[in-house]
Ligand binder design. Sequence first.
Ligand SMILES: Nc1ncnc2c1ncn2[C@@H]1O[C@H](COP(=O)(O)OP(=O)(O)OP(=O)(O)O)[C@@H](O)[C@H]1O
Ligand SMILES: [Mg+2]
Length: 365
Amino acid sequence: MTETKVDHAGLLIKKAMDAESAGNREEAARIYKNAYDEIMEIAAHSSGRIREKRLRQAESLKKIYESIEGKPDEEDRVAEGRKILDQLNIEPPEIPKITFQEVAGLENVKNEIMSKIIYPMRYKELSQEYNIEFSGGMLLYGPPGTGKTFIVKAIANEVKANFINVNPSTLYSQWFGQFEKNISQLFHAAYLLSPSILFFDEIDTLVPKRSGSESDAARRGVSQLLTEVGGLTSQKDRNIFIIAATNNPWGIDEAIMRPGRFDVKIYVPPPDYESRKKLFQLKLSEIKHLGKIDYGDLAEKTERYSGADIEFICKKAVQNVFMEVIKTGDKIDVTTEDLLDVISQIKPSIDISLLKKYQDYTLTT
Ligand SMILES: Nc1ncnc2c1ncn2[C@@H]1O[C@H](COP(=O)(O)OP(=O)(O)OP(=O)(O)O)[C@@H](O)[C@H]1O
Ligand SMILES: [Mg+2]
């Protein structure tokens, strides 16, 4: 009786080995596990040295199936993901410190991101019950300095996801001729580091409008990128989000905007009056020596100034006051006048014709 059981377990092991060498790892692990169960049962019905022998055999089967199905543990995964990014010349991933409270305005962007990314991720089971799908990728476009990169960092903080910043300008030489391979490596790293946000900054330089003169390697790279993004769309349990940004949306290969790809497009406009007020408040909030500031006046005088411009204005005004303090030794306050002075010296970085170009683009897409 026991003998036939042993034979049967032996047969199972043989089957598992065949499955393993045919590359069917899951199948192999499952059969090894069955063999393990049978051997344990045989051990339970035997005694003495035979029992010990069976237990040893079971133990080694256990090691085998664990190593086959074994996912690398958390630390190994993260270390591997970091290593890949390092090899790709991408800065180390991190959960950014910036929070939604530090983002002025951009309510529509926040709302889109909440409903398309954050809620589905937070309420994963519910969203599956309602068949809510994650979008493929999201494209943020708008003039320079309007907070595109900034808000993506805040999202990553909100969902406690690793922020992976793919900035093509730092990649070019290293990626030359290896685009396709590097893209799939990159997505693998994002998986190892998940939950993660894979951020393609300046996507227009990575995926420019086709001119017909790009190399085969570049073309294959782009199609690899689209395949990877499309693949993610179909995964209901996904933990990787793809966000791209550009201030040159008309220079992007339109293929990337088809359904299931970067199909959610969001305009990130220059700050409106209320947002500018908020920007001044935020950017001056750490200053201990601040007079009574007329935020309304500052906001009125900064139409078409970007968030980055306003940040610069605040820094410059504070620096001017600081130089004065050093000279006189008097700890004077920063005033509205100090800020207005700087505003009068610098031009808004967004001009009317550029703004119109974005508005027209938004209307036609
Ligand atoms: N809405 C905003 N709220 C708070 N800070 C902002 C906002 N917009 C811009 N800033 C400030 O300006 C800086 C530059 O913004 P950011 O780099 O996100 O701009 P961007 O839209 O990505 O520009 P680019 O198109 O040039 O990449 C940020 O670090 C942030 O301090
Ligand atoms: Mg940016």
